[in-house]
Design a protein around this ligand. Structure first.
Ligand code: ATP
Ligand code: ZN
Length: 212
């Protein structure tokens, strides 16, 4: 079948956004039949298929055109935005709310962003943190970690963290206090800035209308 005849939507396979993303599509009237490998779901009610992937892969898949729409945290979309990929946020979806925030150990003082000067800050979001530091005119060392960011200060590998926070419970459990928000986030529907000029254009419009 021609790729142009069916719309492909990428959602997180497992994790915080997985279930709410599938629930949203179900509310839009979409039903799927899962393939044996459980990575591809064939749309039975409409020519809209689902790809179940790691959230971090979604911006690249949209940029290269291997899928047409994706549901991903704005934080992931923004972090991977190097200014070249024509991938944009089409709709905020109202779930997966969180914020990328700076947190400090209790004994470090906070008097605004200048307090970060000279510190080592652990994060999985070097681009967003880098932009924040640059716009504040602060020179700090960004320590890139792919997980367990919040224990870095206790391990001595960083002085502060810049991590995703929702309730704040994880920070509190690690004796960290939130001092500044770098970027508020929630799940968004993302897609290429230019809609494909084929049958998918209409499918995309229909899905956007149903999401409204
Ligand atoms: P994957 O295996 O797909 O890479 P992950 O571990 O990167 O999963 P999750 O922890 O499931 O991802 O988070 C997915 C998204 O959920 C985040 O990118 C963010 O937008 C949102 N989110 C909401 N609250 C939180 C939170 N407290 N911590 C982390 N992410 C949160
Ligand atoms: Zn991820």
């Amino acid at each position: 079948m021609n790729r142009a005849d069916r719309l492909r939507v990428a959602v997180q396979k497992s994790g915080r956004l997985a279930q709410p993303s599938q629930d949203l599509l179900a509310e839009c009237g979409l039903r799927f039949r899962q393939s044996r490998d459980k990575l591809f779901c064939f749309g039975e009610t409409l020519p809209i298929d689902l790809l179940l992937v790691r959230d971090d892969d979604i911006p690249r898949m949209l940029a290269e055109g291997s899928c047409d729409l994706g549901i991903v945290g704005r934080n992931v979309l923004a972090e991977q935005d190097d200014g070249t990929a024509p991938v944009v946020e089409l709709r905020a979806l109202g779930f997966g709310a969180c914020r990328l925030a700076i947190a400090l150990p209790q004994d470090l003082p906070w008097n605004g962003a200048a307090s970060l000067a000279g510190l080592r800050i652990a994060t999985s979001y070097p681009r967003l943190l880098g932009r924040y530091l640059q716009s504040a005119g602060v020179a700090a060392t960004v320590v890139v970690l792919n997980g367990s960011v919040e224990i870095a200060p206790r391990l001595g590998s960083a002085d502060a963290v810049c991590d995703l926070v929702s309730s704040g419970a994880t920070l509190a459990a690690n004796q960290l206090r939130e001092v500044a928000v770098v970027a508020p986030s929630e799940a968004v529907l993302a897609g290429s800035a230019a809609a494909p000029l084929d049958a998918r254009t209409e499918l995309r419009e229909m899905l956007l209308r149903r999401i409204e």
